[in-house]
Design a protein around this ligand. Sequence first.
Ligand SMILES: C[S@@+](CC[C@H](N)C(=O)[O-])C[C@H]1O[C@@H](n2cnc3c(N)ncnc32)[C@H](O)[C@@H]1O
Length: 226
Amino acid sequence: MKIDILTLFPESFAPFRESIISRAQKAGTIEINITNIRDFSRDKHKKCDDAPFGGGAGMLMSVQPIYDAVKSVLTKNSKVIFPTPAGKVYTSKIAQNLAKQEHLIFICGHYEGIDERLIQLFDAEELSIGDYVLTGGEIPAMVIVDSLLRFVPGVLSEGSLSEESFSNGLLEYPQYTRPQVFEGLAVPEVLVSGNHAEIAKWRKQASIEKTKKNRPDLLKGGEHED
Ligand SMILES: C[S@@+](CC[C@H](N)C(=O)[O-])C[C@H]1O[C@@H](n2cnc3c(N)ncnc32)[C@H](O)[C@@H]1O
């Protein structure tokens, strides 16, 4: 899979030079290119913002540099994503679908955002990472890219995804590691029993309890009610 990220702040993407995502790039499983939108500005001062028609607070990103930056990487197999608080709320399901794409292009907004015609022209999918407003699209693009790459075959080791939160409509069960007693708190007995059937039963129930407590909305369908 190939990912192009268009941004005014390429240095923000330093986290992609670390850990699992860095290894996946080195192994050739994924390719991530970061492009500075400012390099495409035809303004003699490389200006990349402009006042919105109709007035109002703040500036918008200029249309031309973004348009040319997208055109420079666009192919017939590209899908353009615009992270925005005005988008559809991003979920694990959307991540799984995006992971099947051949080429994704992310436009990182800044200031008050981008000209609506860019969304129309590139048929961009508008995705929000939650009901709050960040200063720019760099962190949202990182959130989306990081989470979808986990579904690209070869990025994670086999089996890592099967019991993760959301994989079966539930949050993950509580996990423990050594020591068996820490600060007076003991690991649930069943987890050290060696009885795999009992462990699986405990985990399913603990998953349901955690989901009930933290995300009761996920249980709405009733499928996991005990
Ligand atoms: C200050 S925000 C602009 C907010 C915009 N004027 C609005 O009210 O919807 C600047 C940029 O940050 C990004 N952004 C901010 N919050 C976001 C969120 N919750 N999800 C995805 N992108 C977000 C978008 O790219 C946006 O264009």
